[in-house]
Design a binder for this molecule. Structure first.
Ligand code: NI
Ligand code: MN
Length: 231
C-alpha cells in the first residue's frame, strides 16, 4: 500500500507506512505549500530537474535527514557541491532507495538552477521517474510536454501517473489527456497548475474529461490531501 500526498505545485510525499520519500520538495516560497520542509523525514528525495520550483528545499532536507537526493548525474554532482548526499543516475537506469526504487525516464523540458547568490547554472537534463514503492508503481512525469515514448512508460504497468496540466511551462490539459491515453494508469493525479496565474487550470473539468474518455480514475488533490493505493 502506498499513500501519495500532494504538497502543492509539483511536490509530493509518498509513504509505504514505514518510510517517506519526497519528490520535488518546493515548499519554502511555494504559495500553495501544504507543509514546511521541517515536517518531513524522508529516506530519499527524488528531483526531476534543476528548476528552483522543483529543487526547492531538497538540499536542506537532505542534509538534515542524512537522506540521498536521487536525480540525473550532473544535477546530483552540482547539489553534492552544496553539501548534500546525492546519487546520480541517468535515463534508463534504476536507482534503489530504502524500501523501493526509482527508474529514471526521459522528460522534454529544460533544467537550470538559480543559486542563492543569483548565479544561473544548467546542470544536466530533466527526467521523470517510475517509482516502485509500497507494492505500487507510480510514474512522476516531472515537467514535460507530451511525447510518444509515454507509450513505453505505460508498458511498465502503472498504478498511478502524476502529470502536469498547467500549460505554458509543461503540457496543458489536452495533451495531458492524450498522455493518460498512452500511459493507461489506474489513477491519474494532476499537478503543476494553479500555483501561479500563468498556469491556472480547471482541474475538475480535466478530471471529468479523462474519466469520460478513458478507464483511468482521476484523483484531484488539494495541497495537503492524499490518495491511498493498494490495500
Ligand atoms: Ni521546470
Ligand atoms: Mn516547474
Amino acid at each position: 500500500m502506498l499513500t501519495i500526498r500532494y504538497l502543492g505545485h509539483s511536490a509530493f510525499s509518498i509513504d509505504d507506512g514505514q518510510r517517506e520519500v519526497l519528490i520535488d520538495p518546493f515548499l519554502s516560497g511555494n504559495p500553495t505549500a501544504a507543509t514546511s520542509h521541517e515536517e518531513h523525514q524522508p529516506v530519499a528525495i527524488l528531483l526531476t530537474h534543476a528548476h528552483n520550483d522543483h529543487v526547492g528545499d531538497a538540499v536542506a532536507i537532505a542534509k538534515r535527514e542524512n537522506a540521498p537526493i536521487i536525480t540525473t548525474y550532473e544535477l546530483a554532482n552540482y547539489l553534492a557541491s552544496e553539501g548534500a548526499q546525492t546519487i546520480g543516475g541517468n535515463h534508463g537506469g534504476t536507482v534503489k532507495f530504502a524500501g523501493g526504487s526509482a527508474k529514471i525516464v526521459p522528460a522534454w523540458h529544460t533544467s537550470s538552477y538559480t543559486t542563492s547568490s543569483g548565479q544561473v547554472v544548467a546542470p544536466g537534463v530533466p527526467a521523470g521517474f517510475v517509482v516502485r514503492f509500497g507494492g505500487e508503481t507510480v510514474y512522476f512525469a516531472g515537467d514535460t510536454c507530451l511525447f510518444g515514448d509515454m507509450q513505453l512508460i505505460g508498458e511498465e504497468g502503472l498504478d498511478a501517473a502524476v502529470l502536469p496540466i498547467g500549460d505554458h511551462f509543461t503540457m496543458g490539459p489536452e495533451d495531458a489527456l492524450r498522455a493518460v491515453k498512452m500511459l493507461k494508469p489506474k489513477v491519474a493525479i494532476p499537478c503543476h497548475y494553479n500555483t501561479f496565474d500563468l498556469i491556472a487550470q480547471d482541474e475538475r473539468e480535466w478530471a471529468k474529461k479523462v474519466e469520460s474518455e478513458t478507464d483511468t480514475r482521476v484523483a484531484v488533490l488539494a495541497p495537503g490531501e492524499s490518495v491511498a493505493l493498494g490495500s
